[in-house]
Design a protein around this ligand. Structure first.
Ligand SMILES: [Zn+2]
Length: 178
């Protein structure tokens, strides 16, 4: 089923995020990324369809990017960094994204928050690929650092210049969502 939420669609067309990440997250929400389960359903023979991060559940997009213990830990740190409420549920990616959409913040901050969420999804996916294909196993905090740095450069790219330093960006001083 295609998830068509008007609010969520705003996430999926972020002007701050690069197009390939916008597209990737749209596909992830709709379980259309090449996870182990998706590949097996397409007839690819795999020894194991379990998630490489926890080794417990099957690797669907929703599990890998939302409900997995690794993904939850990343999202948790991102929410703490942004000083926004933690979602009531991490069961699916669309639940997390919808939670961020529903926050009562001004349009400019929400655009930035959209971009941070998209970068979070992208960095969790990159972490998965790096571990699977390159044997590189970054920690939760390393992934969170990548999210902070990656969104900072997106902001710079968008604005051509930035009025906030990377140091301030990382600590979010003067930029509170609550
Ligand atoms: Zn997992």
């Amino acid at each position: 089923m295609i998830f068509f939420s008007l609010e969520l669609s705003a996430f999926l067309t972020s002007r701050i995020a690069v197009p390939k990440v916008n597209l990737f997250v749209w596909r992830a929400v709709n379980e259309r990324i090449p996870t182990a389960v998706a590949l097996a359903e397409r007839g690819v023979h795999l020894e194991d369809t379990r998630c490489g991060a926890c080794g417990v559940a099957d690797e669907t997009a929703s599990h890998l990017l939302a409900s997995c213990v690794f993904a939850r830990a990343v999202w948790w740190q991102v929410f703490v960094w942004c000083k926004i409420p933690i979602p009531a549920s991490f069961d699916t990616l669309s639940q997390i994204l919808s939670h961020c959409c529903s926050l009562d913040v001004d349009k400019k901050k929400k655009q930035i928050l959209y971009a941070i969420c998209l970068m979070t999804v992208w960095c969790i996916w990159m972490h998965r690929n790096n571990k699977l294909f390159n044997g590189k196993n970054n920690s939760v905090s390393m992934v969170v650092e990548e999210i902070k740095t990656g969104t900072f450069w997106w902001m710079n790219r968008r604005r051509k210049r930035t009025d906030i330093s990377l140091e301030d960006w990382n600590s979010f001083s003067g930029f509170n969502f609550t």
